[in-house]
Design a protein around this ligand. Structure first.
Ligand code: 13P
Length: 285
């Protein structure tokens, strides 16, 4: 491999092969390397995702350069994806910088406005060989700066999903079927019947957001019912932070990032391995 690919390429194969590909939210060089190197060891395609906050923090051009270097080094398909972007102009800027996939999240807007906004991004992206994911319905919980109160969460309507995909021309659809961003208070109750209905109505790959803290069997069920992209953020952040905190507890005078980051990376690697196995994307590169 030597070029970043689009999520369309990755997800089309996943859809045909009836498995999913994890999209891991990264934050810096350390987390990118853990994800990419683990995916390469397991011969799994992988999607590297960054929220607006992360991309501001790490720098879009730096991220593109790092991931281009990674895709030259490792013989697996890697896509670089903008996650939950609400600002159309920002998306255009990062597409121009080299991101290969973008999620426009206009789910807070009215249905008509959502379609209009998504269509604008699709037109811009497709002209440049970039692909687009959008969300219909609204996930609860918190993803970085995006906070949706549980009472404002809304499930995806299958009939509307069909029309939404047709009118916008999106390449993948994020569905709201009971998952939420972040940790859950109880066990999440997923609406599998709704997912089945959406799958019947819609041909593009379906995306599960908020997959952290969801029992593995439940995620596997959604993959069987047509989910092709599984988004994971929180489940990576918590063990990384926990391991670094423990390291500092044992080594209060530590100050070498190469040393105190290492246990975090090791803890994160275990989760990446488990999520790739859960998605069934091992040996699919
Ligand atoms: P979690 O933080 O719940 O894993 O959600 C990740 C996500 O959906 C990113 O878009």
């Amino acid at each position: 491999m030597c070029k970043l690919v689009t999520t369309k390429e990755i997800l089309k194969k996943a859809q045909e092969g009836k498995y999913a590909v994890p999209a891991f939210n990264i934050h810096n060089l350390e987390t990118i390397r853990v994800v990419v190197e683990t995916a390469a060891e397991m011969k799994s395609p992988v999607i590297i995702a960054g929220t607006p906050g992360t991309i501001k923090y790490a720098g879009g051009e730096y991220l593109v350069a790092i991931l281009e270097a990674a895709s030259k080094k490792h013989n697996i398909p890697i896509a670089l994806h903008l996650d939950h972007f609400e600002d159309v102009e920002e998306i255009k800027k990062y597409i121009d910088e080299g991101f290969t996939s973008a999620m426009i999240d206009a789910s807070k807007k009215s249905y008509e406005e959502n379609i209009k906004t998504v269509k604008e991004v699709v037109d811009y992206a497709h002209e440049r060989g970039v692909v687009v994911e959008a969300e219909l319905g609204k996930l609860g919980g918190q993803e970085d700066d995006l906070v949706v109160d549980e009472k404002d969460a809304m499930y995806t309507n299958p009939d509307q999903a069909k029309e939404f995909v047709e009118k916008t021309g999106i390449d993948s659809l994020a569905v709201a079927i009971g998952t939420a961003h972040g940790l859950y208070k109880g066990e999440p109750k997923l609406d599998y019947d709704r997912l089945k209905e959406i799958r019947k109505e819609v041909e593009v790959p379906l995306v599960l957001h908020g997959a952290s803290d969801v029992p593995e069997e439940s995620v596997k069920n959604t993959i069987e019912l047509g989910i092709c992209k599984v988004n994971i953020a929180t489940d990576l952040k918590i063990p990384f932070a926990k391991a670094v905190k423990e390291y500092f507890k044992e080594n209060p005078d530590a100050n070498d990032p190469r040393k105190y980051m290492t246990p975090g990376k090791e803890a994160m690697k275990e989760i990446v391995v488990a999520k790739i196995k859960m998605c069934g994307s091992e040996n699919r590169a």
